[in-house]
Design a protein around this ligand. Structure first.
Ligand code: SF4
Length: 299
């Protein structure tokens, strides 16, 4: 029996569902019951009927699954698969900002810890951020932790005052205007799709800006044969597997998330065999973080 068969067998025995983010290794995506971006996976986790949710992603995503579906056993195969951006802001930082701007609402990107979600008014994903900000009556919005996404939202919602925190995603932040110019020169007719976690100068030069799923949909719908993907390499792997009718290129070889790539098939098997790593969150934090996430799901 090969490793994939072993995982499938164990998954059945334990009544488990495997969720994988698009940024995971392609072989991990292949074993998953569902592949998605953070919002889609949160939705799937919330609706899951199985006893066990194996979350192939990073820590904050598995935490989100536990918060949204607390009676389930939620497993993150590699405990050390964290998100440096999520760790850039603490609950104390948010409370300081609240003191400084008492009239502001706190909108928190899902790429954040449960503690930070617990002191926020509402969460958002990159696909829902503009909609969420528009749904809030406050004129002033504290946006944590991603500064680039905060600046992108500020442009889309000019009647609000967005106060972005100074966090960033290392994977998207690494891409420069020079990288864009180089691919434009090499492939002048190709379509460039980028994630709003990239710096504003890169975002400005894109043909389309969107969340991971929006990028995937745009790439598949486009009539253009050559598509440059400005987000993590896993999306290119996913698209190449999905269709051979088009050519997909990564905007920069720097766009690899080391944390997303920590999970292997061996880890998924080990997770199911030995119940590692089980996500546990303090009840009070869980309840408060649920409110922020649930408000997001309902907008
Ligand atoms: S790609 Fe960026 S935001 Fe996503 S998990 Fe990796 S470091 Fe965090």
């Amino acid at each position: 029996m090969d490793i994939k068969d072993k995982i499938r067998k164990l998954k059945k025995e334990r009544n488990a569902v495997i969720l994988s983010h698009y940024y995971q290794h392609i072989e991990v995506q292949e074993i998953a019951d569902f592949i998605g971006d953070s919002f889609e996976l949160a939705k799937k986790a919330k609706e899951a009927k199985e006893d066990v949710i194996v979350f192939c992603g990073v820590y904050f995503m598995a935490e989100g699954a536990k918060i949204l579906n607390p009676t389930k056993t939620v497993l993150l195969p590699v405990k050390e698969a964290g998100c440096p951006m999520a760790d850039m802001v603490t609950a104390e930082d948010v409370m300081e900002l609240r003191k400084k701007y008492p009239d502001a609402a706190v909108v928190t990107y899902v790429n954040s810890t449960a503690e930070v979600k617990a002191v926020s008014d509402i969460c958002c994903t990159s696909s829902s951020a503009v909609r969420i900000v528009n749904s809030i009556p406050n004129k002033r919005i504290i946006f944590v932790p991603d500064e680039n996404l905060g600046r992108y939202i500020a442009k889309q919602v000019p009647d609000k005052e967005i106060i972005p925190y100074s966090g960033y995603c290392q994977v998207h932040q690494r891409v420069t205007v020079q990288d864009v110019e180089a691919v434009r020169k090499a492939m002048p007719d190709a379509l460039l799709l980028v994630h709003p976690e990239c710096v504003p100068e890169v975002v400005e030069k894109a043909d389309f800006v969107g969340s991971t799923t929006q990028i995937i949909n745009k790439a598949l719908e486009s009539k253009n044969k050559d598509i440059i993907i400005g987000t993590e390499v896993g999306v290119v792997d996913f698209l190449k597997k999905k269709t051979s009718d088009k050519n997909f290129y990564l905007l920069s070889p720097k766009m690899i998330c080391a944390n997303m790539k920590k999970t292997s098939l061996k880890d998924v098997l080990n997770s199911l065999e030995n119940n590692v790593h089980e996500i546990e969150i303090e009840q009070e934090i869980m309840d408060k973080a649920f409110s922020s996430l649930d408000r997001m799901m309902n907008v």
